[in-house]
Write a protein that binds this ligand. Structure first.
Ligand code: SF4
Length: 103
């Protein structure tokens, strides 16, 4: 095996295990509680239909984390990370006032 092929293989293995690790970390990340201070500040609800509509008049039915540009999962993922809640996962059916419709 020549050196560049060996380097390529070692790099590939490194990348693959890093991906596997971050996928694992992602699955283990705790879910955001509605009592979390950031959740309270942003009006986050696990169930978008429970959003305080009087307080958050910008909320429109049909908006949820799953169709927000900040949601870091696939539309089919029930929970995924969101940069508003570092190290935690939000519900795809959730909502917060930082909602931004995915283009
Ligand atoms: Fe959900 Fe978007 Fe708020 Fe994150 S920013 S919690 S994905 S609505």
């Amino acid at each position: 095996m020549n050196n560049s092929r060996r380097t390529f293989l070692i790099t590939s293995i490194g990348v693959a295990s890093t991906l596997a690790l971050s996928r694992q970390a992602f699955a283990d990340a705790p879910k955001v509680a509605e009592s979390d201070p950031t959740a309270l500040a942003l009006g986050y609800k696990e169930d978008a239909s429970k959003v305080d509509k009087a307080k958050y008049a910008k909320y429109v039915a049909g908006q949820d984390c799953g169709n927000c540009s900040f949601y870091q999962g696939k539309a089919t993922d029930a929970y995924a990370p969101c940069p508003m809640f570092a190290g935690k996962q939000v519900a795809s059916k959730g909502w917060c006032s930082a909602y931004n419709k995915k283009a």
